[in-house]
Design a protein around this ligand. Structure first.
Ligand SMILES: [Zn+2]
Length: 590
């Protein structure tokens, strides 16, 4: 009855649609303050630091954005309105999935990742993010959105098109211009009053970020004539989601990497200990690893401007190959190359490349990649190969064969099972992860080392980032600036006939490495003269000393245009950080 009267009251006002939009917006914002009350408490804290005007203006802008968006939806004829509302409901569900997992709505960086990561990782992310609880949180918003159907329509669309268009201009202009103001002056994560307007905001933010991006060619290297193809091969393996302290090589109590330890005993593995990854997710780390950039964030677009590691390898006479089964960084290099080849890259092999040649990669399994690298090395020397491995992207149970031999630690998580933060759930999570390390890391190296007969090679190994393994109840695996997320392995493995063993013997004791040291390390391994090195790269492991620290890393927007944080791992190694404390019992295989 009340609804009927209030509806009648609304339709009798001179601006029935504007009033409906305002009412719905007020309701939506009230609901939001209840559903996400913790975020609002944080928002209030901002009041003290930002000052009253700096607080009220963005708050008012954000509220008016909700009203403007609802008004635009109401302007649509009913069928179109129903369609837009349906899409909006999906957006609300996605936004709440992010919020429940990462305690924040999506950011421009999340959108970038959603648009650039491989289909399989995207599907894995969706299944790891989605929880039925989302629907409960989304329900009040869905009801408010549905109420927009009740607002009076403008009449037959064709006859009122011009009028509708005219009416939509002002709110549309307001949405774009107010978001531009927020882009310039307000941190991306603040003042979100509604999941839908937040989505509009991040989309505009992403567009603006792209407008300012660097799209030109990379810097070149000075002229240099290398006389002949080198006889050694250098392999740079960048793993996916492998946490350094989960390797028994680094002191983890379970034997997750017995083969690597046997190599170390034979003096063929130089372990550099726990390394600090450049970033909390693949995109950042790969950008730094491939370009050698060493400042955070990258607001000068140096990761897009610097010569790549392939440029140096090519200059030194190596045949360059990029094996990318994880779509780590290759899509970005390809995009920058347009229709042409990627500069200095002789061959790139991705999943499609293998599929076209009917080479079975045993999807998601890395030992198959080891076999391919081995067969290349056995052909001849002089290769420089970068491998973006499949590694241990969540869900971990996909990353090793589902059989008795490879399920060493039990119980394990089922396929597509979400992260459960209870003690029992965490035990399964860690068991599954450890089985994955044993197969994707240790077995990978066993195959690579034992099947390579041409033994004049060196491998530099690291991972793009680590994993949380939920020790503080995190339901996210990475993407946030938690210190465990930048805990990655870093070591060198050399073949018995590697011709530059003297160089490896000179690695100083007690050094603490970060991803930033890897670039110059590779340059040293390639014997690149100082005159060729065009950027002030961080030191290589061969010239580091024990007191070279602190080590930096970042999370969030790579180019510093949205929300980002830059953090450090203190100079002296952090005891609680170097060795994983994730599991307490069941150290013995069953
Ligand atoms: Zn990654």
């Amino acid at each position: 009855m009340i609804a009927k009267y209030s509806l009648r009251a609304i339709t009798r006002t001179p601006w029935p649609r504007a009033l409906s939009a305002m009412l719905a917006a007020t309701l939506a914002v009230l609901i939001d303050s209840v559903v996400r009350s913790s975020d609002y408490r944080d928002l209030l804290r901002l009041l003290h630091t930002a000052g009253l005007m700096n607080f009220l203006v963005p708050l008012a802008l954000a509220f008016l954005q909700v009203a403007a968006l609802f008004y635009l939806i109401i302007l649509l004829p009913r069928i179109l309105r129903a369609l837009v509302i349906l899409v909006s409901v999906l957006v609300v569900i996605v936004q709440f999935s992010y919020w429940l997992t990462l305690s924040q709505f999506m950011t421009g960086t999340d959108l970038l990742l959603a648009l650039t990561v491989s289909g399989e990782n995207r599907a894995d992310a969706i299944t790891s993010f989605f929880q039925p609880l989302v629907l409960l949180y989304a329900l009040p918003y869905i009801l408010v959105l549905s109420s927009l159907m009740l607002a009076p329509a403008a009449g037959p669309f064709a006859s009122t098109f011009r009028k509708t268009f005219a009416l939509s201009l002002l709110p549309a202009f307001f949405l774009v211009s107010s978001n531009y103001a927020l882009f310039l002056y307000v941190p991306e994560r603040s003042f979100h009053l509604n999941p839908l307007t937040s989505f509009v905001r991040l989309t505009i933010h992403y567009g603006l970020e792209n407008l300012g991006a660097y799209h030109g060619p990379r810097d070149g290297l000075p002229p240099f004539q290398h006389s002949k193809r080198p006889s050694d091969s250098i392999i740079y393996v960048i793993d996916e989601s492998v946490r350094g302290s989960s390797l028994s090589l680094n002191g983890y109590p379970r034997p997750t990497t017995p083969f690597l330890q046997s190599l170390e005993k034979q003096g063929r593995l130089n372990n550099l200990g726990i390394c600090v990854a450049a970033g909390s997710f693949s995109h950042i780390s790969n950008a730094y690893l491939i370009s050698g950039h060493n400042e955070f964030p990258d607001n000068a677009y140096r990761t897009d401007r610097n010569p790549t590691i392939f440029d140096y390898a090519k200059k030194m006479g190596y045949e360059t190959i990029y094996i990318d089964v994880n779509q780590g960084y290759l899509p970005k290099l390809l995009k920058a190359a347009g229709d042409g080849p990627v500069r200095s890259l002789d061959r790139w092999m991705n999943e499609q490349w293998f599929e076209d040649r009917r080479i079975d990669l045993e999807t998601r399994m890395d030992p198959a990649i080891a076999r391919i690298v081995s067969s290349l090395l056995n052909e001849r020397g002089g290769y420089f190969i970068v491998v973006n491995k499949k590694g241990l992207h969540f869900h971990y149970s996909y990353r090793y064969p589902d059989d008795r031999a490879n399920t060493i630690w039990r119980p394990v998580m089922g396929a597509s099972e979400p992260i459960d933060t209870s003690a029992a759930g965490r035990e399964k999570l860690v068991n599954t992860y450890d089985n994955g390390i044993r197969f994707q890391v240790d077995e990978f190296f066993r195959v690579l080392v034992s099947e390579t007969t041409n033994r004049n090679y060196v491998i530099l190994y690291t991972s793009d980032h680590g994993q949380t393994l939920s020790e503080h109840g995190q339901v996210y695996t990475h993407m946030k600036p938690d210190r465990v997320i930048v805990d990655v392995p870093d070591f060198l493995v050399s073949g018995e006939r590697y011709e530059r063993k003297d160089l490896l013997a000179g690695i100083p004791q007690g050094i603490r490495v970060s991803h930033l040291n890897n670039f110059a390390t590779l340059l040293d391994l390639m014997d690149v003269p100082a005159s060729l090195r065009v950027r002030p790269y961080d030191k290589s492991i061969f010239s580091l000393s024990g007191d070279d620290s602190p080590r930096y890393y970042m999370s969030g927007s790579l180019h510093g245009t949205g929300d980002y944080v830059v953090k450090t791992v203190p100079a002296l190694s952090h005891a609680a950080w170097t060795i994983s404390k994730t599991f307490v019992n069941r150290t013995k295989p069953e």
